[in-house]
Design a protein around this ligand. Sequence first.
Ligand SMILES: CC1=C(CCC(=O)O)c2cc3nc(cc4[nH]c(cc5[nH]c(cc1n2)c(C)c5CCC(=O)O)c(CCC(=O)O)c4C)C(CCC(=O)O)=C3C
Ligand SMILES: [Fe+2]
Length: 383
Amino acid sequence: MEPAEYDAILLASFGGPEGQDDVIPFLRNVTRGRGIPDERLEEVSHHYRAFGGISPINAQNRALKAAIEAELDGRGIDLPVYWGNRNWDPYLPQTLQDIYDAGHRRVLMITTSVYSCYSSCRQYREDIGLALTETGLAGRLHVDKVRQYFDHPGFVAPFVEGTAAGLDQVREALGAPDGSRDSEIRVLFSTHSIPTRDAEAAGRSEGEPRHFEGDSAYVAQHLANARAVMAAVTGSAEGGVGWDLVYQSRSGAPHIPWLEPDINDHLEAIAAGGDGAAPVKGAVIVPLGFVSDHMEVVWDLDTEAMDKCRELGIAAVRVPTPGVHREFVAGLVDLIRERTAQGTVTDRPHVTELGPWYDVCRPGCCQNFRGAKPVIAEEGVGI
Ligand SMILES: CC1=C(CCC(=O)O)c2cc3nc(cc4[nH]c(cc5[nH]c(cc1n2)c(C)c5CCC(=O)O)c(CCC(=O)O)c4C)C(CCC(=O)O)=C3C
Ligand SMILES: [Fe+2]
C-alpha cells in the first residue's frame, strides 16, 4: 500500500481482568454471542482465580505503550499512541472516541497478535468495524493496520536470543555443555491451538487456491518462523537439535477438531521415545505464538507444561516472549515507518519467504463463518 499520513497510533490488544470481580464479566466478553453459561465460564476461570483475578496482560500493554512512545520520541517522530482492548477496559470504542475527540482523523493500528487467523487478524478488524459503527465514527475516523508481522526481524530476534540461551541452560542441566547429549534435547515451539476450520481459512483470499504447508497459512507461518529460529541458533534448520511445532490452550467442544499435537500430550510422547528416537530428557519451550508473558504463557506453559516436564523427568526452560525487548519495540516503530508518508524505512524486512505479509488483507482473509460484520483494512470492503 502507498504510504499515507497518519496522526495517531492505536495499540490494540486482547485485554484481561484486573481483579476477581472482573473475571466472569471478562469471560462473558470473550465468549459473547455464543450463549455459554456462567457455570461453564467459572470452570475456565481457575487460572485467573489463581493469579488473584489479575491477568498480567494489561500491565504488559501499558509497558509496551510507554516503550513505543519512548522509541518514537527518541527518533523524533511526533505521533501519539493510544491503547484499546477487544475484551476489557480501555475498550476499543472508547479509545476510538478519545482519538477522534483529540482531533485525530487517520489512525494506524498495531495489534499484539502477529500471525494470520481469525483471532489474530480478522477479529481485530471486525471489532474496529463494529466500534466505528457503534460510535457513529464510521466515515469520520479512518483506521488502517500494519501488516501481520510474524516474520519481522524485530519479533523473531528475541526468540533467537532466548532459544540460544535456553538451549545452553538445558545442555548444562544435562551435564553436557558441549552438546554431546543434543539428541536427547527437543526444542518445542508452542502456539495457540485454533479450530482446524479457522486454520484452513487463515490468510486466504476468496477464490485463491493457494497451497500452504499444513493446509494453513497459520501453520505455515509458524513452521517458517521456527525454521528461521533454528537456523539462526544452530546454523541449520534440520541440524543436531530436533524441534516440533506444538499447540496449547485448546478450548471449545471436544468433537470440534483443533490443531494438534497438544504440548502436554507431545511431552509425554517424546519422553517415551520410540521410532528410533532417544527418550527426550531436556526441552526448550519457545512461546513462538505470543508477544508477551500473559496468562496463556504464565499458566498454560509455566504452570501446566512445566509441571508435566517435572512429572516426566524432563529438564525444561521456557524462553521469554518479546515483551519490551529493545529490538521488538524498534521493529514496531519500523513497521509504523513503513506506512507513513514521512517514512524513512523503505524496505520491508521479513525473515521468511512467506513475507512480507499484506498491508491490506485480501477479500475474505481469515473468515470464520459466523456471518458478515463491518470490517476494516480489507480490499474492497473496508469502512
Ligand atoms: C490464536 C489465539 C491467540 C494468540 C493471538 C493473540 O494474542 O491474540 C489468543 C490469545 C489470547 N487468548 C486469551 C484469552 C482467552 N482466549 C479464549 C478463547 C480462545 N482463544 C483463541 C485463539 C487465540 N487466543 C480461540 C480460537 C479461542 C476459542 C474461541 C473464542 O472464545 O474466541 C478465552 C475464552 C476461554 C477459553 O475458551 O479458554 C480466553 C479467556 C488471551 C488473554 C490472556 C490474558 O488474560 O493474559 C490472549 C492474549
Ligand atoms: Fe485465546
